[in-house]
Design a protein around this ligand. Structure first.
Ligand SMILES: [Zn+2]
Length: 449
């Protein structure tokens, strides 16, 4: 019998030994052979991500070498597919000088020439539409040793900090509209404008969470906001729905008990897929005990949930002045990115990128500007009415004094007056203005009382 022949060494002739060896080698090769289909690079503030598309789960090793600094990625049994060329990948030279690859007998070696030591972290991702198998190599800049200096107490009359998070990024494009309008790109443009308008308001400071085209895990986004001591977390999106006729802006807050509408449920499911697309290696990222984490979350959530809804209502009302609304009230659904227990949070869908005319508007600077201004005004209005303790806004509310405002593009005397609940005449009198003409950068005093 065949198995007897194979397992009885006395009956195996030298030539059949060779044949069996060759067969095993071929079998192993066909199991291991991985075709490299694509490679791309995403630059983040603290790391560089290299993503390989492969036709199966890659087997690989990563080695770091010095003199000169470089990282080797050896992919066992891998072979480059048609058009696979690491050298054609555009790199900015900040951390990586050169990418090159070569096929060896039993592996494919990618050599990453780096400007200094970079700490690699690697993982594979199983297929998630539209991606197949991926191998991710993250190269981190060494972190400076943590200083033991005591945490500075928050200064008196501090700025209210607004974390402005542009959704998606990197391997996660978000929704893709007609004519290749990418959500990740549009929302970063809008977020930058929101940051500018928020920071122009006295007593407020905007902080961008994502600053370029790279992916941040949903958990990392709130973690960054916490590090920046944010008082409010605002995630900005422009999403798609299955029916292209659906249009309008909407504001969402977190719910643990189901969604308030079909669209809300559908969108939450889409947004929550981001970690799969963007690529988060370790799914259980948190080092907290999950049960304890849930208890802490539930304890601290209720107050924030109410604040989130009222802040959302004010932003929604401001958006309603400049764009069509999808829903006239704040919707709720289980968005992972809003699970930020120590600050109120909201997710703004600035419009539906799946609708051709809305996609066009969303990619226009002028419309983005209007949206950003409305969002910033809503945030400011809410924060002036509900200032966090210790902030300049709280001090102003307790005993109104004059504040200085710096004119930004698009401001008019009447829009500023309306924003602070005074008349244009009062504003002109206060600043001894003879006409309605103002210019960008000009400073105006806003009467406090
Ligand atoms: Zn989105």
């Amino acid at each position: 019998m065949w198995w007897l022949f194979l397992t009885n060494p006395r009956r195996v002739t030298p030539i059949s030994k060779w044949l069996v060896g060759a067969l095993c080698y071929l079998l192993a090769w066909s199991v291991w052979a991985t075709v490299l289909q694509g490679v791309r690079v995403h630059e983040a503030p603290d790391s560089t991500r290299i993503v390989f598309d492969t036709d199966g789960a890659a087997q690989y090793t990563v080695n770091v070498l010095e003199n000169p600094h470089r990282v080797y990625v050896d992919l066992k049994g891998a072979t480059p597919g048609v058009g696979f060329d690491p050298q054609s990948v555009i790199i900015n030279g900040q951390r990586i000088q050169n990418l090159r690859g070569a096929k060896h007998a039993e592996y494919y070696r990618l050599v990453i020439e780096t400007n200094g030591f970079l700490q690699p972290k690697s993982f594979t991702l199983t297929p998630t539409k539209p991606y197949g198998h991926r191998l991710v190599i993250d190269l981190y800049e060494p972190q400076p040793a943590k200083s033991l200096a005591p945490v500075q107490p928050a200064s008196k009359n501090r700025d209210v900090v607004i974390a402005i998070d542009a959704g998606h990024g990197g391997d996660d494009p978000g929704a893709i509209g007609p004519k290749k309008v990418y959500e990740k790109k549009v929302v970063l443009q809008i977020a930058r404008k929101v940051e500018k308008y928020v920071s122009a308001a006295p007593g407020l400071r905007g902080e961008l969470i994502r600053t370029g085209d790279y992916y941040l895990s949903l958990e990392k986004r709130t973690e960054l906001a916490r590090k920046k001591r944010a008082d409010l977390f605002v995630s900005i999106h422009a999403d798609a729905f299955k029916q292209s006729t659906v249009t309008g802006a909407s504001v969402y807050t977190l719910s643990d008990h189901g969604a308030t509408s079909e669209t809300a449920a559908w969108l939450a499911e889409r947004e929550n897929r981001a970690d799969l697309l963007g690529g988060v290696g370790d799914v259980s990222l948190t080092d907290k005990d999950p049960v304890l984490a849930q208890v802490l979350l539930d304890l601290s959530m209720d107050g924030n949930r109410l604040q989130s809804i009222s802040a959302g209502e004010v932003v929604l009302a401001n958006l309603g002045r400049i764009t069509k609304l999808h829903k006239r009230r704040v919707e709720q659904a289980a968005f992972i990115v809003l699970r930020s227990p120590d600050m109120p949070s909201m997710l703004i869908e600035t419009g539906f990128i799946s609708n051709p005319s809305e996609a066009k508007r969303l990619s226009q600077a002028e419309h983005q500007d209007k949206l950003a201004r409305a969002i910033a005004q809503g945030i400011e209005q809410y924060m002036r009415e509900n200032p966090p303790p210790g902030s300049l806004l709280a001090a102003l509310r307790a005993s109104p004094v004059d504040v200085q405002y710096t004119i930004v593009r698009g401001d008019t005397l009447s829009s500023i007056a309306q924003r602070y609940g005074i008349s244009s005449k009062q504003l002109k009198q206060k600043n001894s203005l003879r006409s309605d003409r103002i210019k960008v950068g000009q400073k105006l005093m806003i009467p406090g009382a």
